[in-house]
Design a protein around this ligand. Structure first.
Ligand code: ZN
Length: 535
């Protein structure tokens, strides 16, 4: 062996040694799990606006991490509360009890909000907010399981603008769930988690960062002519051109921030304050920061996927991700945290916009035609007691006291509904398995059907059809892929680089986290670990 070769080998060994030393700085367990749910983010936004993204935001996750390109919601009610509950419980509305943002309660004779709880109080706000807790979530969350696995030594914190976006992910045993109170401009919490608002949260609120956000107004990130993926002639845009003035809201309107990209900024700044104050990711016990970015949902509802507001929101959000990753790299260490990003649901295009291009879509007006026909036939004064999540709750008392057969009345109403042009299919919720629907869709209704909370009849409208009184704006909530196809990205501790086009489900996320963290899956889990991404 020549001297040159020996020097070469020694150099190689030193290099390997260095690599080994670097690798050993990665902690044996993730120090922190950061779950981010982007409310209403469609999967296609990863690609539709990719030419607008920087190298170190979403593109970094795609480059260094793992993307599940075909992640789907497995139940029919594609709404915020059900989505947050499904991701964190690994379960579905049939089991976890969260079958919508609200549902009708037959015994209370009123709509119930997913996280309402009269037994608790709000802390940290003006006292005007409705009391909230995870009481209605009847299974554990992966965050609860992490707490149990570490004898409650893990720090678990939920943060969002929306209460349900914070509470349902944080779970029952969290150290805190914080959400935004529009009446005070403060992040608030509940006596479920704490006697009074944490001092660090109070200090954050005292900074009134929201006023600084308002002072920035809403300016586009790039010249308007470069927004080629968006319809600059959108009527909402034309009425209210950029820059959008926000300064006038200071001291007056603290709700307005929710419908701007600064809602994301505020949420992430509060999340960083939580990391600092709670020393998250600072020791060998895994902590969990569950963030939900609610503003994209508010912006999306108002303007739809083809609007300049959405393109600009995602340009700004991508930059926020870059800054947030830089912060986590520095604070917790690159490779020491496990990051995942997903959405609670996606969204439909604005029907009027689709119609302009001869694509089937419609905003429907509520119709009582079918109900009136059945009432007339049976001589009933009352028939439908309530409706929620495209389900009808029949007035059993009225049908009983008229001495009528409940099944016969129900069948007749279903037949009348099926005559309507906008209805794809109406069916009896008590016999979902007998419904003639493709298995993929039928399964979504089975998983969404909660025996205690569901209505009697399910109505499925045509794709692209929904109820609205406005020509602008859009919504979600259907079983169709435009609402059910969500992004699912992973990066960091324990995650391989790559992607899969295999169909995976929102309800597989908790089981995947369970496998990586080596902890139990939640009590109602129905999902399976996504093996391809686990190192
Ligand atoms: Zn929404």
């Amino acid at each position: 062996m020549t001297r040159k070769n020996i020097v070469g080998i020694i150099a190689l060994l030193v290099l390997c040694g260095n690599n080994f030393a670097q690798r050993t700085t990665i902690s044996p367990k993730p120090k922190l799990v950061v779950g981010v749910m982007v409310d209403q983010m469609r999967w296609d936004y990863l690609y539709r606006f990719q030419h607008r993204y920087g190298q170190n935001g979403l593109k970094r996750v795609l480059r260094e991490g793992f993307s599940c390109e075909n992640a789907q919601i497995s139940y029919a009610q594609t709404v915020t509360a059900a989505g947050h509950a499904s991701v964190y419980t690994g379960s579905v509305p049939a089991i976890n009890g969260i079958m919508g943002n609200e549902w009708y309660d037959r015994s209370l004779k009123r709509d119930v909000y997913c996280v309402e709880d009269d037994a608790v109080k709000i802390v940290g706000g003006t006292g005007k907010g409705e009391p909230m807790s995870p009481k209605n979530l009847i299974t554990t969350t992966i965050t609860d399981e992490l707490e149990m696995a570490t004898n409650f030594r893990s720090k678990v914190i939920g943060v969002a603008i929306k209460d349900r976006g914070s509470i349902l992910p944080a779970g029952h045993a969290a150290d805190g769930a914080y959400w935004y109170d529009p009446s005070s401009g403060n992040f608030v919490s509940s006596t479920w988690y704490m006697k009074e608002i944490s001092p660090w949260a109070a200090a954050f609120n005292h900074r009134k960062l929201i006023d600084s956000c308002y002072r920035l107004n809403w300016n586009l990130s790039h010249p308007i002519e470069t927004y080629t993926q968006s319809d600059v002639n959108n009527p909402s845009y034309a009425k209210n051109p950029f820059p959008r003035k926000l300064e006038s809201n200071i001291g007056k309107n603290y709700g307005a921030i929710s419908s701007t990209p600064w809602g994301n900024t505020l949420t992430l700044e509060f999340s960083k304050a939580a990391v600092e104050a709670e020393a998250m990711g600072m020791d060998s016990i895994t902590d969990f920061l569950a963030i939900s970015l609610s503003s994209p949902d508010y912006i999306g509802h108002a303007f739809g996927p083809n609007a300049i507001e959405i393109e600009d929101n995602y340009i700004k959000l991508d930059k926020e991700f870059e800054l947030f990753f830089n912060y986590l790299d520095k604070k917790v260490g690159k490779g020491n945290y496990l990051f995942f990003l997903t959405a609670d649901h996606a969204v439909a295009h604005v029907p009027a916009f689709l119609q302009e291009h001869q694509i089937p879509a419609k905003t429907m007006k509520t119709s009582k035609k079918a109900e009136e026909a059945t009432m007339k036939k049976f001589g009933l004064k009352k028939l439908v007691e309530a409706s929620a999540n495209y389900q009808l709750y029949l007035n059993r008392k009225s049908i009983d006291s008229a001495g009528l057969d409940f099944g016969a009345v129900k069948s007749d109403l279903i037949a009348e509904l099926n005559k309507e042009e906008d209805v794809l299919l109406a069916f009896d919720n008590a016999s979902i398995n007998a419904v003639n629907l493709p298995a993929e869709f039928k399964e979504m209704f089975v998983k969404g059907f909660n025996h205690k909370l569901a209505g009697d009849i399910q109505v499925v409208y045509r794709p692209g059809y929904f109820f609205s009184n406005s020509n602008t704006g859009t919504t979600h909530g259907s079983m169709y892929p435009y609402d059910a196809h969500i992004p699912l990205l992973w990066m960091g501790w324990g995650v391989k680089q790559g992607l899969t086009h295999r169909k995976v489900y929102m309800s597989d996320i908790a089981a995947t986290l369970g496998a990586i963290l080596k902890i139990q899956v939640p009590s109602g889990n129905v999902g399976s670990a996504i093996q391809e991404l686990i190192k």
